[in-house]
Design a protein around this ligand. Structure first.
Ligand SMILES: Cc1cc2nc3c(=O)[nH]c(=O)nc-3n(C[C@H](O)[C@H](O)[C@H](O)COP(=O)(O)OP(=O)(O)OC[C@H]3O[C@@H](n4cnc5c(N)ncnc54)[C@H](O)[C@@H]3O)c2cc1C
Length: 306
């Protein structure tokens, strides 16, 4: 992994850094680029605007690594309220939700995470949409895939996420290629024993996994902003005889918005990942780590403000 990226992800875990970043007023401005807002109403507004522009969305109530039952419960309720509102305003057909199992209690027990995720899936079904389980660091991969398998017994459309930087992923892709799978590069600091650390190797594995997904009968969701990968996926999809309804591209809120609209104008299904809520710290740090230019943007804002 790029050393700047490793450094930022390591600094993100430091309490002093967390206090400074999380409380600096300017953080709010930077956060706004990547996060739709703090409330359900903010999330619904952002979803409405993007859907109005011909895009689809997946909404993520920010929060992760929950260590107490109350926080897990509040997260579940936030999703239930969101799904209820999406249905009420008629957006549910173009909006799904993304859930991190650690936010709904995975670290408190797999059964709790499964119960809570089941409540969100049931509410999503009621609203007329579905759920994708975000993938977190490699220590949670097996537990996440076990919970996914349980959820799919009742809700087969629940989406999986697989990360191309993990050495195991091509095997996981082969197991899941006939289902709904989001393929991303992976956003966590992982050791070389489990993950490719050379970006070129990650890209090669992304293409291998993309081919395996396109060869399957499932619904692949290609989550990347990388122009080369987007082009290769488009070409490979044509080679496999896929039509534009057979797969989708996914990009993050605030990242390459022009490309989001360009792909949609070309006829592709494009889904924007829209995070909202006040627990934005971990999410922001991963976005900064992905691109040193974002750190420069952040630091410039600090200087300009002070
Ligand atoms: C819809 C979606 C869902 C995701 N879900 C997960 C998940 O569940 N688990 C997980 O581990 N990861 C997830 N990710 C993050 C993913 O793993 C990568 O960390 C992230 O997408 C950056 O990789 P990239 O493919 O865009 O390629 P990169 O090589 O990182 O970037 C390619 C180009 O895209 C642009 N770009 C990329 N990131 C940024 C940024 N932050 N700010 C500005 N420009 C940028 C730049 O132009 C860059 O040159 C998700 C990503 C997306 C788009």
């Amino acid at each position: 992994m790029n050393p700047v990226r490793t450094l930022i992800l390591a600094a993100a875990g430091n309490d002093a850094v967390r206090r400074v970043v999380a409380t600096a007023p300017v953080s709010r401005d930077v956060v706004r680029r990547f996060v739709a807002g703090e409330t359900t109403a903010d999330a619904i507004d952002a979803a409405g605007r993007l859907i109005g522009d011909g895009l689809r969305v997946t909404l993520d109530h920010l929060g992760e690594d929950t260590t107490d039952h109350d926080t897990a419960e509040r997260t579940v309720r936030a999703y239930l309220e969101l799904l209820d509102q999406l249905h009420a305003v008629g957006l549910a057909a173009d909006a799904e939700v993304s859930v991190k199992l650690s936010a709904v209690g995975l670290h408190l027990g797999e059964t709790l995470a499964l119960d809570n995720a089941s409540r969100v899936c049931a509410a999503a079904e009621q609203a007329g949409t579905t759920v994708t389980l975000d993938m977190e660091d490699h220590t949670t991969t097996d537990a996440t895939l076990r919970v996914l398998a349980e959820l799919r017994r009742h809700w087969p459309s629940v989406g999986a996420v697989l990360q191309a930087y993990l050495r195991r992923t091509l095997d996981d892709v082969r197991d899941l290629a006939d289902t709904r799978v989001r393929l991303c590069k992976g956003a966590y600091a992982e050791p070389p024993s489990v993950a490719y650390t050379d970006p070129h190797e990650v890209d090669l594995n992304y293409v291998r996994c993309a081919n395996a997904l396109l060869a399957g009968s499932g619904y692949p969701m290609f989550a990347t902003h990388d122009p080369r990968l987007i082009e290769i996926v488009g070409e490979r999809a044509r080679w496999y005889g896929k039509s534009v309804e057979d797969f989708e591209f996914q990009l993050l809120h605030g990242v390459r918005p022009g490309e989001q609209r360009h792909l949609a104008a070309e006829g592709h299904v494009v889904r924007v990942y829209v995070p909202y809520g006040d627990q934005w710290y971990g999410y922001l740090m991963r976005r900064l780590a992905e691109r040193p230019a974002n750190v420069a943007f952040f630091l410039r804002s600090l200087v300009t403000r002070s």
